[in-house]
Every structure is written in structure tokens, then in C-alpha cells.
Ligand binder design. Structure first.
Ligand code: HGY
Ligand code: MN
Ligand code: MN
Length: 425
């Protein structure tokens, strides 16, 4: 029995990752690449150029997601899509997002190297605003593809300078009003596959090469705004102050305890907090902060949201008011059982160690799963860390994950080798 191993090219992989890592507004302090920023534009140029070099037909949808398409033998057949996002968190790492895009580029390069021709068309995708670092919420590129976002939403989502997502798109030559044309459905998408770094410690600790994701936890992101009354820090008596930060603290200090007594170990994070007018000698009149809650069980998330609602209602400080907005709500979602089976078969064929696992991180795959067969592959993260400049995955590990992705994409596109005399047995 002779198994032909199609080896991915580690140098190409490393070169792509290192090249994309250079497009950051914080050089030396990790990847900071916000959607529609000049760093986005530089990364976009690189990605499109590499797609062109691979002979792909390159296009950008109305809202800035990038596609590189390889036609298949079957005309008008739904496409298999592979890719991830190219925006980052502030001061993030080089692999979160780009690892999945580089996987798409390398899979196509392997199709070219080994003479594979897909029956179903193959599309590499690079999506915007998965992290939500600029406009909040997250998975925005994929939610627009899934038809879950309207033009009204894009006019309402603002960055911290008050610019809306629609205006930011327009500045880069995209057109939020055409958002409908960005939608994909199960009719024109046969499957979606994403490779991502694990962003946790399990694979490295168990010396396993690949994580096969069964399910992505549910998550919600809310933004709470606390309004009070500004005033002079020196001449305003403590009694009767409507100090917005004091109001916010009365909520913030209760939040961690809310999840600790939940049986299924949900997580809650306050990652963003803004104080206005942010003067050391001015009583704050407005504080906004985000609350990110995740659990494998949506009833747990609902219960925590109700507890927060009650907590806010119970705060009785004269002159202090609260408002809450939901920026994202995603149910826990299962990955395709069929694709998981293919991934297991391919890991075994390649002699790789693997585990099935739950993803505590959100990914574009959780949105694609709403309308097409979706698979998510993890590769190990050094020390389990991510969303920091120290984020790292050995290129040899990334190469193994890409080889699993290649085998799986060959199956999903029902690709055939050009010369028939190199049958795999
Ligand atoms: O927040 C997340 O889980 C992902 O990194 N956007
Ligand atoms: Mn990511
Ligand atoms: Mn991330």
C-alpha cells in the first residue's frame, strides 16, 4: 500500500506569515491591523498579489472581503471556501487569522504543484473585522456574507473616532449600500473550512498536532454606558456627585462573581472601558465598557445576562443612568460531522496525533456554519497564548495542519490529479 504524501512548503508558509506580520501600526509590539486602516490596505495588497501569483481570479466584495477563485470542472457548481480573517486585536500576534489565509494560499499552491484540478470551484477568502477591534461585536465580515447585517447596522457601528463602518468602507472604495451583493448562501457555497491557531494550551500539553473542532461555544458581547454629571474634582462636594465611574464600578465589581457560581464554567471579560471626558481633575460624566460572556450552553449566557440586567436595575445613585446595547449574540454551534470525519481520516492517513475539541474562541466558522457544511482545524499555540505579540506556532506544526487541510479540500472539491498515472492507493 503506497501512500503519496503531499508535503506543504514550510518556507512559503513562513514567508507569508512573516510578510503579513509586517502590516501593523505597532511595529515591535505585535500586530495591530484594524479593518479599513492603512495596515489593512497593505495586507490587502499583499494578499491579492499572492492570489494573483497563484493564478486565482481575485475580487473584493462590496464590503471588502477578498476572494481568490480557482474554477472547477463543474460549471455553476457551489464553491468550497477556505480562509480566515486578516484584521487583528490591538497588539495581537502574527498567526490569529493569517494562519488560515496562508493555509488557503498554500492549499492552492499545492493544487498547482501536484497538478490537482477541482471539480467544485475552490475559493480562498480573507475576511475583514472578525475581531471587532474597530467597530465592536466581531465576525462582521462573515456576518455580512451570511446576510445577518444591514446597511442601517453599518451606519450605526462607529469606531472610537465616531466614524461609521459604512463611512470607513467608503473611504477605501467599498460600498455599504451594496451589502446585499456580498451575501453567500448554501446554494453557491458547498462547504467552508478554516484552519486557526488553538489559542489555548491543550494541543501543546498533549503533544498533539491537530485539533478537530466539534463545537464553538456561544458568546455575546454587550456594551454598557453609564451616564452621570461632570464637574470640578476640587470644588464639588462628594455628597450628591453623579460620578459615572463610581456608577460603573458598582456594576464591574459584581461581574466576576456572577460566573464563578455557574456550574458549566462560563467566562466573562470586561476588555474595553472608556472614561469621559477623561480628565484627571474632572468628575466623569460617561463610562462605557464591554462585557464578553461565553458558554457552551446558551441558557447559561441568558441567565448571566438577566443577572446583569437586575444588577443594573438595582443601582440607585441619583443622577446616574445606564443603557445596554447588544453588539454580538452567537449561539453555540456544531461543526459539520461529515467534515470532522474527513479530518479524522486525513489525520490518521498522515500519521498525525489529533483530538476532538470545543472552541472557546469565536471564529468566522461559527457564522458559516449557519448556512453551509463547515469545518474548523486547530494547530497548537505555544504556551497556549494568543491575542498578544508573543503568540506563536512552529511552522512545522502549521505545515502539518495545512497538509490535513489540503487532503480535505481535495476531497471536498472532488479534485482529480491531472496525470492519471500517479493514483494514490
Ligand atoms: O474573540 C474571539 O474569540 C476571537 O479571537 N475573535
Ligand atoms: Mn481569529
Ligand atoms: Mn482573535
Amino acid at each position: 500500500l503506497q501512500i503519496i504524501m503531499f508535503k506543504a512548503n514550510k518556507h512559503r508558509i513562513e514567508n507569508h506569515i512573516e510578510s503579513l506580520a509586517r502590516f501593523t501600526s505597532t511595529p515591535g509590539h505585535g500586530a495591530t491591523r484594524l479593518s479599513y486602516s492603512k495596515e489593512d490596505a497593505a495586507a490587502r495588497h499583499y494578499i491579492k498579489q499572492e492570489m494573483n501569483n497563484l493564478g486565482l481570479v481575485v475580487r473584493e466584495d462590496a464590503v471588502g472581503n477578498i476572494y481568490g477563485r480557482m474554477e472547477g470542472a463543474l460549471k455553476n457548481a457551489p464553491a468550497v471556501i477556505i480562509g480566515s480573517h486578516f484584521d487583528s486585536v490591538p497588539n495581537g500576534g502574527s498567526f490569529d487569522g493569517p494562519a488560515g489565509i496562508v493555509t488557503g494560499l498554500e492549499v492552492v499552491a499545492l493544487f498547482r504543484d501536484y497538478g490537482f484540478e477541482p471539480q467544485y470551484p475552490l475559493e480562498v477568502i480573507a475576511m475583514i473585522e472578525e475581531e471587532g477591534s474597530r467597530f465592536g461585536g466581531g465576525v462582521l465580515g462573515s456576518r455580512m456574507i451570511a446576510g445577518q447585517i444591514t446597511l442601517v447596522d453599518l451606519n450605526e457601528m462607529k469606531d472610537n473616532t465616531g466614524l461609521s463602518a459604512a463611512e470607513a468602507m467608503e473611504k477605501m472604495g467599498f460600498n455599504a449600500a451594496e451589502i446585499g451583493s456580498a451575501q453567500r448562501t448554501g446554494k453557491d457555497v458547498k462547504a467552508f473550512l478554516e484552519l486557526h491557531i488553538e489559542q489555548g494550551p491543550l494541543l501543546e500539553a498533549a503533544a498533539q498536532d491537530v485539533g478537530i473542532v466539534e463545537m464553538i461555544v456561544g458568546m455575546t458581547e454587550i456594551r454598557i454606558t453609564v451616564k452621570g454629571k461632570s464637574g470640578h474634582a476640587g470644588t464639588t462636594p462628594m455628597e450628591g456627585r453623579a460620578d459615572a465611574l463610581a456608577g460603573a464600578v458598582s456594576i464591574l465589581k459584581e461581574l466576576p462573581g456572577m460566573v464563578l457560581d455557574e456550574p458549566d464554567r462560563p467566562v466573562l471579560t470586561v476588555g474595553k472601558l472608556n472614561v469621559l471626558p477623561n480628565g484627571a481633575n474632572v468628575i466623569p460624566n460617561q463610562v462605557t465598557f464591554t462585557v464578553d460572556i461565553r458558554s457552551a450552553h446558551s441558557d447559561t449566557i441568558q441567565r448571566i445576562l438577566q443577572k446583569i440586567e437586575q444588577l443594573v436595575a438595582d443601582v440607585k445613585i441619583p443622577g446616574i443612568s445606564f443603557s445596554t446595547e447588544e453588539l454580538l449574540y452567537a449561539e453555540p454551534v456544531e461543526m459539520s460531522a461529515d467534515i470532522q470525519t474527513l479530518l479524522i481520516e486525513n489525520c490518521e492517513k498522515l500519521g498525525l496525533r489529533y483530538r476532538k475539541m470545543v472552541s472557546g474562541a469565536g471564529h468566522d466558522a461559527m457564522i458559516f456554519a449557519d448556512f453551509t457544511e463547515t469545518g474548523l482545524i486547530f494547530v497548537p499555540s505555544k504556551d497556549g497564548i494568543s491575542h498578544t505579540p508573543e503568540e506563536w506556532t512552529d511552522y512545522a506544526q502549521l505545515q502539518k495542519g495545512i497538509e490535513v487541510a489540503f487532503e480535505t479540500i481535495v476531497q471536498l472539491t472532488e479534485a482529480k490529479e491531472k496525470s492519471s498515472n500517479t493514483e494514490t492507493y
